[in-house]
Design a binder for this molecule. Structure first.
Ligand SMILES: [Zn+2]
Length: 334
């Protein structure tokens, strides 16, 4: 079931809090990812014998990763957003194969400037929105976010981006969110929850990143369990096991899914090189030094190995496994 009405969305979060659950919010920019998320969640719910929630998200014109644009090769955000919604509806709407879960649809990193057309459109198909003015200086961010909240409070769940996020493409690291800033931000903007910088890398993959649970707990004392964590792909799962007690209610994930499933596909295609690309391609790659003799199996190109279904199946299985790991970590049945 897809849940978009504000009071019902709030209830999903309240229920999760009662259970001690942190809800994963997983981004998608294609149908395979969308289905892997929903399928994992549906199976997990069956396994523990409970109806479980999931947040599925998409960015729109976010320059670091415009996922609605990427959803189709038309490179058109409106088309992509429509396809994304249609996929979710077909899978998890009434009568859908994954309708036994509670799906919230989230708009991620909605830009105060580049997404203005979306912001001013009808948002009733969505459960929540991250209003992102973090490129602006802190005071201006507060001012812009407060104006958005004033217009939309109670109509859609609103996530704000606390702090000015310097464009971190590797060397520059943003300052961690302070409890004082978190408190001021939530009080002055009126958002329902905030993205805090807790040390995970937000816009780049870096080394030696660390999630600061101690800081999250300090922030929780000021604003309660309204913290959203982004950048989870940059740290190992064992760092983010205890998020609920740290005050986190929602955790955004994306990079890891694409990054780690690609490796599986790559491996499988190399092992089955002859069946994927045929004898000639394999011969050429061996000649050029990219592959070794081991790949010269003489096997013929095979329909089981050159279709999108073959490729997407590997991606799907790997993503599903990863989502299941997140659910197992954050949805513990007492
Ligand atoms: Zn993010």
């Amino acid at each position: 079931m897809i849940i978009t009405k504000f009071d019902q969305v709030q209830k999903v979060f309240e229920n999760a809090k009662k259970l001690g659950w942190v809800i994963p919010c997983i981004c998608s920019e294609n149908q395979t990812t969308t289905e892997a998320i929903l399928s994992a969640c549906s199976d997990y719910g069956k396994k523990i014998g409970m109806r479980v929630p999931i947040i599925i998200a998409i960015t729109v014109n976010y320059s670091h990763r415009p996922q609605a644009v990427n959803y189709s090769y038309a490179d058109d955000w409106k088309t992509g957003l429509q396809l994304f919604k249609d996929d979710i509806k077909a899978f998890a709407g009434e009568g859908g194969v994954y309708s036994d879960i509670d799906v919230l649809i989230h708009l991620d990193h909605v830009q105060f400037d580049d997404d203005i057309e979306l912001i001013n459109s009808d948002l009733t198909d969505f459960s929540s929105i991250m209003y992102d003015a973090s490129a602006l200086p802190f005071d201006k961010n507060i001012e812009m976010t407060a104006a958005f909240v004033k217009k939309m409070k109670g109509k859609i769940l609103i996530e704000g981006a606390c702090d000015e996020i310097v464009d971190a493409t590797g060397t520059e690291h943003n300052a961690l969110t302070t409890p004082e800033n978190a408190k001021r931000y939530i009080e002055e903007t009126g958002v329902d929850m905030i993205v805090a910088n807790l040390g995970t890398e937000h816009r780049a993959t870096g080394k030696e990143l660390m999630y600061h649970g101690d800081l999250a707990r300090e922030i929780q004392k000021e604003i309660g369990k309204t913290i959203v964590l982004h950048g989870t792909s940059s740290v190992k799962n064992d760092q983010v096991k205890g998020l609920f007690s740290d005050g986190v209610c929602k955790v955004n994930i994306w990079t890891a899914l694409e990054r780690d499933s690609s490796k599986e596909l790559f491996y499988d295609m190399v092992v089955n090189a002859s069946k994927v690309g045929g004898v000639e391609v394999v011969d050429k790659l061996i000649e050029e030094g990219y592959l070794t003799e081991k790949c010269r199996t003489g096997e013929k190109i095979n329909i089981g190995y050159f279709t999108a279904r073959y490729r997407q199946r590997i991606i799907f299985n790997e993503m599903k496994k990863m989502v299941t790991d997140y659910l197992t970590m954050w949805y513990i049945k007492e």
